[in-house]
Design a protein. Structure first.
Length: 344
């Protein structure tokens, strides 16, 4: 079922996004809008820095007081000393892990080009079951209980959005979100996030100026506009039976995460009032309210060794919020508690 037109997106999604990422850094996207950057937003790293082994690292997530790392072909967690604690190795070692979720004692993950989500019991340290589909999927979001949100990848390059409850076999297809036309799925490459209580899901496209909130039954709560408001023609080019985004299409954001009642979105679009130096030496993070998608404020996440972060995640306690930023193979910790506290 999988064809060449989707193969390039299945096998090398992170490579392609990285190429767009560095291209956009040079292109200097900017727009006229009003971004509220906190005056004390230039945060500094705290003492602990993790240096990871010589392996590819694609994504980090902080779940239930544990930092989890997608090393492309395995998932590990890291303790305060930087030591790996748990590792589940992908059985075939051929296809990379696209995304993963931790819920309770279970690790859910999806490999590129597969028709299943694998479930690994962290206590038993063994696979317990596979959630199988009759079609290929691209990204998914694990919600509470046995509920999932996921994207179906069609052979013509388009995507459909699904909600699935394994407990009662309830499946609902939402085809209004993703336009069904050749290559449209590539336009909707993005990031899925769940709220802390896993009762809601959020989808943030990387190439568009909006994002979606979904409730626990897969219904759309809202479609919200991003503050950077960079509209563009998401043109698809078909060449040698493969679909590509036009070179004129720019990557607008990459890293996203939720923490508390906030949605954190990176932005590669500079507001006219931001200095080029501040913009180039930091990653701009825009913060939105999870309940309604409204913009709240922005802050800077600094470069490390002249590199912008590839991914970030945030832990939340009653006293502190710690941001973990991934720079290639190094994870740097930042205390952003004062930023969140003084957001007004």
């Amino acid at each position: 079922m999988i064809k060449k037109n989707r193969l390039i997106f299945f096998v090398t999604p992170f490579l392609l996004l990285s190429l767009f990422y560095f291209s956009n850094k040079k292109s200097g996207l900017h727009n006229k809008f009003e971004r509220f950057i906190l005056s004390d937003s230039k945060i500094k790293s705290i003492d602990t820095i993790f240096s990871l082994p010589n392996e590819e690292v694609d994504e980090i997530k902080f779940v239930e007081n544990t930092l989890w790392i997608n090393k492309r072909f395995s998932i590990v967690n890291i303790n305060k000393d930087g030591n790996q604690q748990i590792c589940t190795v992908v059985s075939d070692g051929q296809q990379p892990i696209i995304n993963f979720y931790i819920y309770g004692d279970s690790l859910y993950y999806y490999q590129a080009g597969k028709k299943e989500i694998k479930v690994y019991n962290l206590k038993l340290k063994e696979y317990v079951k596979d959630v199988k589909f009759d079609f290929f999927i691209t990204y998914f979001s694990k919600m509470d209980g046995s509920k999932f949100m996921f994207q179906q990848s069609n052979t013509n390059g388009s995507d459909q959005l699904h909600f699935l409850d394994l407990a009662n076999s309830n499946e609902k297809i939402n085809s209004e979100i993703f336009v069904k036309s050749d290559g449209s799925g590539m336009r909707y490459s993005g990031s899925w996030n769940s709220s802390n209580d896993s009762k809601k899901s959020y989808f943030v496209p990387f190439y568009s100026d909006y994002f979606f909130g979904f409730d626990n039954s897969g219904n759309v709560i809202y479609k919200a506009k991003t503050i950077d408001g960079q509209k563009q023609n998401l043109k698809i080019i078909k060449e040698n039976n493969r679909y590509y985004l036009s070179p004129t299409v720019s990557l607008l954001r990459l890293g996203t995460c939720t923490s508390g009642n906030d949605l954190f979105l990176s932005s590669f679009v500079r507001e006219d009032r931001q200095t080029k130096r501040d913009f180039n030496e930091n990653l701009t993070i825009d913060v939105y309210n999870l309940d309604n998608g409204r913009y709240k404020f922005s802050f800077y996440l600094p470069n490390f060794s002249n590199k912008r972060p590839d991914s970030f995640t945030i832990s939340a306690t009653s006293q502190k919020r710690i941001l973990y930023a991934l720079y290639n193979k190094t994870i740097v910790l930042y205390d952003i508690s004062s930023i969140i506290k003084n957001e007004g």
